[in-house]
Design a protein around this ligand. Structure first.
Ligand SMILES: CC(C)(COP(=O)(O)OP(=O)(O)OC[C@H]1O[C@@H](n2cnc3c(N)ncnc32)[C@H](O)[C@@H]1OP(=O)(O)O)[C@@H](O)C(=O)NCCC(=O)NCCS
Length: 185
């Protein structure tokens, strides 16, 4: 996987393999988005600039090791969120996609666009057979992202994820390499 493209261009953003150059922007993005993120993402509780930088360092190593692939969403030169594939299983050729975007930019189709591009990139470059997406049953926006991309709803995990207010149920969505999928980037 050494020749992996580390940048993806979409119509309105650039997805860049995350590195420490994105840290300051992402700090600001998290600070102004806490109330949007905390219900769904448990890491917000322990968020600090130091933890953010440690996460970015691990994610960078993940790229180098071929184990996880996190991109920064860059709009007008500024990092405004992340989207990535983790939980990679090399034997079964599957991984899980996750994302967030700065609150003032939500609802403009940016994550649908980014996720569509990343899904295409992942099937083309990582040899994946299956991408999984877990979305809170009440996380309307995330469920819509999955549906718009062509993911199929396959099941429900009770308390399958955790945010600042506790565990919550998630729908499991799956997309296989040969499933029909939308190109929305
Ligand atoms: C979920 C999230 C990533 C979606 O990103 P986004 O860029 O706002 O999504 P999009 O603008 O591409 O919208 C996708 C769909 O959700 C809908 N949507 C967006 N925000 C919504 C909201 N607050 N309520 C209801 N629907 C919403 C959009 O209308 C769109 O559907 P449509 O095309 O049928 O109109 C973003 O809202 C976010 O960062 N949320 C907090 C973190 C999070 O929940 N991450 C996912 C964990 S599984």
């Amino acid at each position: 996987m050494s020749q992996l493209p580390r940048t993806i261009k979409t119509s309105r953003q650039t997805l860049e393999a995350i590195d420490l150059n994105h840290a300051e922007d992402l700090d600001r993005a998290v600070e102004v988005s806490r109330s949007n993120l905390e219900r769904w993402l448990a890491w917000i509780e322990d968020y600090s600039s130091a933890n953010e930088r440690a996460f970015i360092a691990r994610a960078s190593e993940g790229w180098d090791r071929g184990e996880e692939w996190v991109f920064a969403l860059v709009v007008d030169g500024e990092a405004v969120g992340t989207i990535g594939l983790d939980m990679y299983n090399k034997v079964l050729n599957r991984a899980e996609i996750g994302y967030w975007v700065r609150a003032d930019l939500a609802g403009r189709g940016l994550v649908t666009e980014a996720a569509s591009a990343v899904v295409h990139w992942a099937f083309a470059n990582l040899g994946l057979h299956r991408i999984e997406l877990h979305a809170g049953t009440e996380n309307v926006a995330s469920v819509r992202v999955a549906q718009k991309l062509g993911f199929r709803r396959e099941g429900l995990l009770r308390d399958g994820s955790k945010g600042s207010f506790g565990y919550y149920d998630v729908y499991v969505f799956g997309l296989l390499e040969n499933d029909p999928r939308a190109s929305l980037y």
